[in-house]
Ligand binder design. Sequence first.
Ligand code: ADP
Length: 474
Amino acid sequence: MVEYAMIIDGQKIMTQATVGVINPAIEEAFAQIPVGTPAHVDQAVAAARAAFPAWSALSYNDRKARLHQLADALEANMSELMQLVTQETGKPMKGFGDIGSGMEVGGAIAWLRVTAETELPVEVVQDDDEVRVEVHRKPIGVVGSITPWNWPLMIAIWHYAPALLAGNTVVGKPSEFTPATTLRFAEIANEILPPGVLNVVVGAGDVGAAIASHPDINKIAFTGSSSTGRSVMQAASGNLKRLTLELGGNDAGIVLPDVDPKEVAQKLFTVCFHNNGQTCQALKRLYVHADIYDEVCNEMGAIANSVKVGNGLEEDTDLGPLQNKKQLDIVCELAADARSAGAQFLTGGEAAAGPGYFFLPTVVTNITDGTRLVDEEQFGPIVPVIKYSDVDDAITRANNNPAGLGGSVWSRDVERATELAARLESGSVWVNAHADIQPNAPMGGMKQSGIGCEFGYWGLAENTDIQTVKIRKS
Ligand code: ADP
């Protein structure tokens, strides 16, 4: 069986004991990886620290060129990486709305290229006869990256690319559920980067905690659940690490009565079932006006019944399995709770016969706030559709949640929708779209969905410390 090693100081590191990486569509291992430990974190941090002076001393253009080389290498290995992503996450190669492994690897390439072209110019605050005041951006040191299982390659690139461009070195840890693609990427990257600049270790929460608390790591980029984010923040306090936390969401979408129900239902389905609902910014609570409620729900139900759920390696699969059993159990529990609260299931509502962690795409109506499926993040292929008649009330309900990642308003009246969207308490809002992120615009969470942001100048700057330079001319 194929093996993927950790990469520490440019070396491949295997351990005598290995762990299987499970394909969630068949519940069988397709690869073996080493057993990572906190001792490996220590080695990786030492290597990253040693590599930092030379890497940070390279010119910006040199580091930018390396990021483009990484993008070239991903392009050259795209089909292998897509297959690996599908094997370890379960997502289809193409998938419904083209949200599959092709989007994941293609997105990783796009983010590398756009990040590479992002500048960190010196800003001049004052320049007169007496004084010149400049604001410089300096690399922080060693960045620890902890990534989740839903978009393993793309999110790793979101962390690594800006950290490296700014002049930091990196110790990364992928999710224990999806380590293979990240390890393969690290192997490819080590042909391009000097030893120690990018190290990738593996392991579960104990290895993540060793990164979060490590005294010689200076910043943590973390993407995952809000509860683990809190642990990371606590562990990072020892040496006051800088933090970028991208945490859970419970994104609301508000649909006004002036839309074409059939047309909007197709778009809504795509963003609700984005990566089978396993995307932080998937649309997770839908508020639809009473005038078009039945039509929109029925249309979404018809699409849910028509999509093909199956093994992502089969070409015509629209939606794959949940990535892991724990997530399938959460979705089953929320569905059971909604059913007992009297909600109506237009489609699905249950796990499919195994093997594989499959849950049928599910549209739930006759449900409202106060039900777990609405109030909590389901992170799966089940969407609650809530009826409203007063849009101010819908906005209040959308905001009445600790999460604040994304939100959207859907209407033909773009101006009005834009005004309403601005009232949503979330780090990103969209009009007639959702989860529509791009590498040059910042993405971050309000409230308990995170701290700081990623992407563009703003995300890149989070990988730096500010140095103010004040020069008295006389
Ligand atoms: P999930 O529960 O969906 O797997 P998590 O937020 O727990 O989501 O996982 C995201 C990442 O955080 C994974 O790489 C995981 O191994 C890591 N992790 C889990 N627990 C901790 C912890 N206490 N400290 C640091 N990282 C952790």
